[in-house]
Ligand binder design. Sequence first.
Ligand SMILES: Nc1ncnc2c1ncn2[C@@H]1O[C@H](COP(=O)(O)OP(=O)(O)OP(=O)(O)O)[C@@H](O)[C@H]1O
Ligand SMILES: [Mg+2]
Length: 103
Amino acid sequence: MGEEGRLRVKTGGDAERVVITFEDSGPGIDPGDIKKIFEPFFTTKKRGQGTGLGLAVTYGIVKMHRGQITVESNTDPDRGPTGTTFTGNSAKESTGELRGDRR
Ligand SMILES: Nc1ncnc2c1ncn2[C@@H]1O[C@H](COP(=O)(O)OP(=O)(O)OP(=O)(O)O)[C@@H](O)[C@H]1O
Ligand SMILES: [Mg+2]
């Protein structure tokens, strides 16, 4: 997000699901990169500055909770404010079957 920017975190959902959104006012993610951002070790940061594991780990945690994570992003100021929104959602009730070895 750079030196300054806004990060808005919202929680919500309904009787069945919990939804969390993280909306930032950063530069956005290149459309060509979007499909790669959840891959382990994919990073656009300078060497030594990012592991490329942040979103891969996040994705794993969400999946362990049988949830989904989606991303929307805009890099083009002509189309509106730039930024990225991640939305995660998961069932409120656990089935008691959360095991690391399950997919
Ligand atoms: N909120 C965001 N705004 C813009 N680009 C993002 C955002 N989140 C992720 N990205 C892009 O996705 C890439 C992968 O993100 P990820 O969090 O997995 O690793 P990283 O941030 O590069 O490294 P680390 O998590 O170790 O700091 C980033 O390098 C960046 O290109
Ligand atoms: Mg990161």
